[in-house]
Design a protein around this ligand. Structure first.
Ligand code: ADP
Length: 409
């Protein structure tokens, strides 16, 4: 089956085309700066080892997706003969609210429900939905499937997801913790099960998945289900991130609005875009820069790094009693997969509970590997995440289910 995975952002469209029968990626890429000067598509046609970066005047998302589809069948760069070969499109959707606890085929009713979720994450959701509508128009024959970043966390118990504010706000507005990075945390849980093979044992496992990228979150996974996570109503909550503050005293918001004479929205924008590691270090949100400058004696870089590690470790600690223990600690995403220094420094904070990593194994980066010693009380793994593969997998199962329903009826 040929499956297209799409992630539509405000000015970008990330895509990956799979041939799931041959188990290969046919093409992948990124259309960026959509609607701006210098818009371009970076395209990789893996079948033929094609790597191109072309400037296109992409006035909007529809033109971007049209151009990408054209590249799939291009005389020189093409990987399929006809767009009709694409049988399903998996859309990465940021927020499914309480309505969606599993991936779903998109029909008009589902689209209406998705539109109701826009108010929970307007910036992302309007573009996610635009992507769906464009594909309904351009690849009409394919089953459109919504795969949510929130759905994996729908198994959290109420005492974990309700905020301690008047209960009426939850009832009236559905203000609660939802959690994000669910596609990545689910992939990690699935890989742990595959790596350990013994399914019966996996049922009982207590895992903490550390997705440490530009955005960062932890997830407590018990018996394969998310039972708590660090992000909240929005991805601003929880850990300190590249540019996001994570958890702070909410009273800081009106205080800063008054002192800086800016609106509440502007303060929230500062917390989303100018805070976290960037806010402390000042020069960059990229952890490679922070690590390099901290090593060269820059005290603000040192502080940003110390704060990040301290906060990740503190949050891991808070999730251990939630599960009644910890069997497996997994590091994933840009920092989790590639920074042996950050992994080592986080694990060092748990020496007292018997976590021990092998310094040599931990130097390996970007690969799937167990880095704990045989004496460690907790297995520590590095698992490179593959959210697109997870979306493709979910999309296929929904599409297959739809086609068998069609055959029955
Ligand atoms: P996102 O998908 O949220 O944009 P990624 O998972 O791609 O984020 O992670 C991006 C982050 O990973 C960046 O902050 C980058 O600096 C960091 N990163 C990548 N490689 C390394 C490395 N070798 N050492 C430290 N950080 C790294």
């Amino acid at each position: 089956m040929k499956v297209l995975v799409l992630n539509c952002g405000s000015s970008s469209v990330k895509y990956k085309l799979y041939d799931t029968d041959a188990n290969i990626v046919l093409a992948e890429g990124l259309a960026e700066r959509i609607g701006m000067q210098g818009s371009r598509i970076k395209h990789l046609g893996l079948g033929e080892n094609i790597k191109i970066s072309i400037e296109y005047a992409l006035s909007g998302h529809e033109e971007a997706i049209k151009t990408v589809l054209h590249l799939f069948t291009h005389d020189n760069y093409g990987v399929i003969k006809n767009i009709d070969e694409i049988q399903a499109v998996g859309h990465r959707i940021l927020h499914g609210g309480e309505r969606f606890s599993s991936p779903v085929a998109i029909d008009n009713e589902v689209l209406d429900l998705l539109i109701q979720c826009v108010e929970l994450a307007p910036l992302h959701m309007q573009h996610n939905i635009a992507g769906i509508k464009i594909c309904q128009k351009l690849i009409n024959h394919a089953t459109q499937v919504a795969v949510f970043d929130t759905e994996f966390h729908q198994t959290m118990p109420d005492y974990a997801y309700i905020y301690p504010i008047p209960y009426d706000y939850y009832k009236k507005y559905k203000v609660r913790k939802y959690g994000f990075h669910g596609i990545s945390h689910k992939y990690v849980a699935q890989r742990v099960a595959e790596i350990l093979c013994d399914k019966s044992k996996v049922e009982d496992l207590k895992i903490i998945s550390c997705h440490l990228g530009n955005g960062a979150s932890l997830c407590a996974i018990k018996s394969g289900k998310s039972i708590d996570t660090t992000m909240g109503l929005t991805p601003l909550a929880g850990l300190m991130m590249g540019t996001r503050s994570g958890d702070i005293d909410p009273a800081v918001i009106p205080f800063l609005a008054e002192k800086e004479r800016i609106s509440l929205e502007e303060v929230v924008k500062v917390l989303n875009e100018k805070s976290g590691v960037l806010g402390i270090f000042g020069a960059s949100s990229d952890f490679r820069d922070v690590i390099k400058d901290a090593g060269a004696g820059n005290d603000r870089a040192r502080l940003a790094l110390d704060m990040f590690i301290y906060r990740v470790a503190k949050s891991i600690g808070s999730l251990i009693p939630v599960m009644g223990g910890l069997d497996i600690l997994v590091f994933t995403a840009g920092i989790g997969e590639n920074s042996s220094e950050i992994r080592r420094r986080i694990c060092e904070k748990f020496v007292n509970i018997g976590i021990e990593i092998d310094e040599q194994l931990n130097l390996e980066n970007g690969a799937e590997i167990e880095i704990s010693t045989v004496n460690s009380t907790v297995k520590v793994l590095v698992i490179p995440t593959d959210e697109e593969k997870m979306i493709a997998q979910e999309t296929i199962s929904v599409a297959k289910c739809c086609s068998s329903h069609k055959m029955i009826s």
